[in-house]
Design a protein around this ligand. Structure first.
Ligand code: SF4
Length: 323
């Protein structure tokens, strides 16, 4: 008889089992313009309490976002719905990969309660990839949007969605729930997709954003990329053109930061001056709004940016009416 002792049973599951076999990557020292202070403020602690009490998951914590001290102090958090386990394994991402748990039917109400308690004017809702679900999680997104609308009708809602693995009808379900901003991040230039975002297809993501505008031309669309992943400047400019072809309104560009030695290495720390130059080029290409800086994240300052987006659209419409 053989006795098998499961020595792993009581140990926490490794966060990135799919990355364990990868060679360690060199971690570059961060330049001064990237450093942020550890979060300790009262506002930060209050936000953390609300998140814990409502059993919510935030991308702020899961992604190890450097802006968490600033955002949580201002009671701004981005909610990560449908669990904390993702069905994909992007090389840049710190979220756990694996088989996700069943959806939490109470989550829409819990997110809505947290939005009300935090008094949010604008909320960002994002999710892990749920390729295991028939609709990629689109219905759950819609339920969260509706629950927030019911609890906090004045709050504007921004969704940052996965690509729904090209599942028929999924995108339409989310658009029909009428978020104010539809964000889907390209993450990087197409030449990096195989190594950085292997489960996704660049032109599918572009098409998804284009389709949102076709379904509802009044909905703001937004997309973001990280730089420092080995991209060339002309590739970023081409990506801007691709997004404008899809009529995307808002572009965010931020510095990629490497979560662990097993993740994709930072190839370069892009200087603040280079970010400024990207911003200038992007505006010339016709985006209504551009945020490009080392610490830009797609949900950073999302509330203020939504007001700026509305103002930029109003100014643009007034200008074209005069012509
Ligand atoms: S930038 Fe976004 S993800 Fe980062 S802390 Fe702020 S709200 Fe959270």
């Amino acid at each position: 008889m053989v006795t098998v002792i499961d020595t792993l049973a009581n140990r926490p599951r490794p966060r990135h089992p799919e990355k364990a076999h990868r060679p360690d990557q060199e971690v570059l020292r961060k330049p001064d313009w990237i450093r942020v202070r550890a979060p300790t403020s009262r506002g930060y602690l209050e936000t953390r309490d609300i998140v814990r009490t409502n059993k919510l998951v935030t991308v702020c914590e899961e992604a190890g976002c450097p802006n968490i001290g600033e955002c949580w102090d201002k009671k701004h958090a981005s909610f990560l719905i449908m669990g904390e386990i993702c069905t994909r394994a992007c090389a840049f991402c710190n979220v756990t990969t694996g088989r996700p748990n069943a959806l939490d039917a109470d989550e829409p109400e819990n997110v809505a309660a947290a939005v009300r308690q935090m008094g949010l004017n604008h909320v960002v809702v994002t999710s892990v990839d749920r390729d295991d679900l028939a609709d990629g999680g689109a219905r759950h997104f819609a339920e969260v949007i509706r629950a927030i609308r019911t609890e906090s009708p004045e709050t504007t809602i921004e969704v940052l969605t996965p690509d729904f693995l090209r599942k028929d009808g999924a995108l339409e379900i989310v658009v029909a729930a009428k978020p104010d901003v539809f964000n889907h991040n390209l993450e990087t230039v197409p030449s990096n997709y195989l190594t950085v975002r292997p489960g996704a297809r660049y032109f599918h993501s572009i098409r998804l954003l284009q389709r949102v505008k076709e379904l509802d031309p009044t909905m703001f669309t937004k997309s973001g990329i990280m730089v420092g992943l080995g991209e060339e400047r002309n590739e970023v400019q081409q990506l801007m053109d691709d997004l404008r072809t899809a009529d995307v309104d808002f572009l965010t560009i931020g510095q990629y930061l490497q979560p662990t030695r097993k993740h994709h290495p930072v190839k370069k720390f892009v200087t603040p001056e280079e970010f400024k130059s990207y911003e200038t080029v992007a505006y010339t290409k016709g985006f209504l709004l551009v945020s490009a800086s080392p610490l830009t994240r797609s949900s950073h300052h999302a509330g203020e940016d939504f007001a700026r987006l509305q103002a930029a659209r109003a100014a643009h419409l007034a200008k074209t009416a005069d012509q």
